[in-house]
Design a protein around this ligand. Structure first.
Ligand code: HEM
Length: 450
């Protein structure tokens, strides 16, 4: 049995500043220094960072019954998203997951394709050819429209706008953008009253709008087969319906989990294509020969290998869920190769797809966008959890297939719309918050094909 290596950081504060201010750079450095795992001291506490794919598999799959969602999530996200699928645990989570699963069934997702395509058309038609746009808010609006219509039926434009704005403020609150915010999180009280008031207001608005949406659906039942309809008719074994609070938590969670992640991958992918014109050209040739100018459909999935490689590579470099956290319920014994380690009970564990995906042990030239690396041979030799943008095990993203279809249809439409170019000399910086967002936006323009 080996003891986990430790990193102490500064006296008393440990690695507080590293974790608070530059978490991704710090995790990437840990990933490259410690081949298996490392215990990190942070202001009187500690957590273990996992840097080997086999150990990621132990945590997410093999020993998943011995871990639960982490304390940070419970402390900070639960007040907003309550006991929804992302944050709940155990039997309760399993029951809710089973109830939500049919909305993400393959055949059901196939029916969403037309909605995705239609919204993509409207979005790209509204972008004036040749003018610069910050693409991220545009993609956020597009994916919000899609999640609202596919999972919740008709949601009024005003309600969607309020949900979008509320989520924006809530996510900014978790961004840890300033030292003041980081200190506030540690001290568990806000040091910036204006920001705190805006955040509380957004949380309140989010609840109010979602409650109104549910009330309206109860008054005017529409489709029992969309997610909201299924939640409304679901009954527990003792025939009790889901409580109003639980209903609200699940809806809020789906809005959060279902739109920002996909919007981020769309924004980062368009940025990568705009800054790699030769790859964009190869993709444009593929899209022109397989789809031409007609609307992409679900049947086209599987016939666009370059697009599939582009999406995979984009999520390697910029996985939206850049960190996944767990807490051990009991002591874990984990093994990698000839090494066996113990992780104590009630201990925080961090896994980072973003840091793992740039590990030179698994990806040659790890910081460069090379979609063509994703050959069948490459994938066959890659350790399973060296690449895990959607997590793994029973808590694997429920929306993975939904997202993959959405990404394929929208990106195919974007490429049909024209050639994407990036504004020169702009600062494009990935800011790790709950997700990995472009801190200063991404300015792009599209020029129609000749
Ligand atoms: C590119 C897009 C997406 C990425 C990268 C992504 C990533 C992830 C990851 C990594 C997890 C696991 C978190 C953990 O283990 O702690 C997760 C969970 C989840 N995702 Fe996604 N996601 C995406 C799109 C979506 C979409 C479109 C939806 C819904 C429409 C969705 C809904 C959820 C939900 C509800 C969970 C919690 C599942 C559970 O614990 O049972 N996601 N996602």
């Amino acid at each position: 049995m080996k003891t986990s290596p430790r990193t102490h950081g500064l006296p008393r504060f440990g690695h507080l500043i590293d974790v608070g201010i530059r978490p991704l750079g710090f995790f990437t450095a840990l990933q490259r220094t410690y081949p298996d795992l490392v215990t990190v001291e942070v202001y009187g506490g500690e957590f273990t960072y996992i840097s080997h794919p086999d150990l990621v598999e132990e945590i997410l799959v093999t020993q998943q019954k011995k871990v639960q969602k982490d304390g940070f999530l419970k402390q900070h996200a639960k007040p907003v998203f309550g006991n929804g699928l992302l944050a709940s645990d155990g039997e309760f989570w399993l029951r809710q997951r089973r109830m939500a699963q049919p909305a993400f069934h393959r055949t059901r997702i196939a029916e969403y394709a037309a909605v995705m395509s239609r919204h993509a058309d409207t979005t790209f038609a509204a972008i004036s050819p040749g003018s610069w746009v910050d693409i991220h808010p545009v993609m956020m609006r597009l994916t919000l429209d899609i999640v609202a219509e596919t999972l919740f039926g008709t949601v009024h434009t005003d309600a969607k706008e309020r949900i979008g704005r509320a989520l924006e403020t809530i996510m900014a609150h978790f961004a840890g953008d300033s030292l003041l915010q980081v200190l506030g999180m540690i001290l568990q009280r806000s040091l910036d009253p204006a920001e705190e008031a805006a955040y509380q207001n957004a949380v309140q608005t989010f609840d109010t709008v979602i409650d109104a949406m549910i009330m309206e659906r109860k008054r005017n039942p529409q489709d029992d087969t969309d997610l909201l309809g299924m939640f409304l008719v679901a009954r527990d074994i003792d025939e009790t319906p889901m409580s109003d609070t639980q209903l609200r938590d699940e809806c809020k969670t789906m809005f959060l989990a279902g739109h920002e992640t996909t919007a981020l991958t769309l924004s980062w992918t368009l940025w990568l294509l705009a800054t790699h014109p030769e790859i964009q050209q190869t993709l444009a040739t593929e899209v022109a020969s397989v789809i031409g100018q007609r609307a992409p459909t679900i049947e086209d999935m599987g016939a666009l290998p370059v697009l599939e490689q582009v999406i995979r590579e984009s999520m390697r470099l910029y996985p939206p869920a850049w960190v996944i956290q767990r807490e051990s319920l009991e002591a874990l014994t984990v093994t990698v190769g000839a090494n066996t380690y113990t992780i104590p009970a009630e201990h925080n564990i961090s896994l980072s797809p973003a840091a793992m995906h740039r590990d030179p042990r698994f990806f040659a030239d790890p910081d460069t966008f090379i979609p063509s690396r994703w050959t069948q041979d490459f994938m066959a030799q890659l350790p399973k959890y060296a690449y895990f943008p959607f997590g793994g095990g029973p808590r694997l993203c429920i929306g993975q297939q939904f997202a993959m279809m959405e990404l394929t249809l929208i990106l195919a439409r974007a490429i049909q719309a024209g050639t994407w170019q990036a504004k020169r000399l702009q600062r494009v910086v990935a800011q790790p918050s709950i997700t990995q967002r472009p801190k200063y936006g991404i300015s792009l323009r599209v020029r129609p094909h000749p």
